[in-house]
Write a protein that binds this ligand. Structure first.
Ligand SMILES: N[C@@H](CCC(=O)N[C@@H](CS)C(=O)NCC(=O)O)C(=O)O
Length: 208
């Protein structure tokens, strides 16, 4: 049985990516919540993985502690799930998009922390954060135009999963978006898996 350790659903964007990838496989898994950024969190995280962050996927004696590594592991373990596009050229492009997201967009992350089920419209961004937003929108518009939508590479894949927390941030902070990007963000936030995560976030917040 696979076990996925995740952080608080309201704020943990990397957990969300790992969880959406896990859900997209359709495979059963056990989900374990480790409350983060509290007293005792570091010890609890390190008890699962020496890295001390979530998400963490445990599959028997294999422990994987990074959202991208988890995604790649799941794509290999469940090839029929279509986590990456089947076409090699599209797959390479999807990997580039995911890698850029995984290693970039620092100012958007810093200034627009994800707070699901909350709303802070009218956020004024620094030029650096606005540059990150513009880059995300440019990727979305280019990939949607190239592949015809409704998702970045046609069918839903890891590229969409990695941008789902971005869609949440842009929505939470009421960042103005061109129509195509806005519609895409709405699609990402309305997938059944994302709705389930969002409802879970509300429930966790109530119980905290
Ligand atoms: N590169 C890692 C980043 C993971 C990460 O930073 N997770 C945050 C939550 S979103 C965390 O565990 N923070 C807890 C801490 O640093 O104490 C990944 O992609 O999984």
């Amino acid at each position: 049985m696979l076990t996925l350790y995740v952080g608080d659903k309201t704020i943990s964007t990397w957990s969300l990516r790992g969880w959406l990838a896990m859900k997209a496989t359709g495979a059963p898994f056990t989900e374990t919540w480790i409350p983060i950024y509290r007293e005792g969190s570091t010890a609890a995280l390190k008890a699962v993985s020496s890295c001390g962050t979530v998400p963490v996927l445990v599959d028997g004696d294999v422990t994987i502690w990074d959202s991208l590594a988890i995604s790649e592991y799941l794509a290999e373990k469940f090839p029929a799930a279509g986590l990456w596009p089947k076409d090699a050229a599209k797959r390479a492009l999807a990997r580039a998009v995911v890698a850029e997201m995984h290693s970039g967009f620092p100012d958007m992350r810093k200034e627009m922390g994800m707070k699901l089920n909350q709303s802070f419209p009218g956020k004024v961004l620094t030029p650096d954060a606005q540059e990150d937003v513009d880059r995300a929108v440019a990727i979305w518009e280019e990939m949607l135009a190239r592949h015809g939508g409704p998702f970045l590479f046609g069918e839903y894949c890891l590229a969409d999963i990695f941008f789902t927390p971005v869609a949440a941030r842009l929505t939470i902070y009421g960042i103005p978006l061109p129509a195509t990007a806005k519609a895409y963000a709405e699609r990402l936030l309305a997938t059944p898996a994302m709705l389930e995560w969002t409802a879970g976030a509300a429930e966790q917040a109530r119980s905290a």
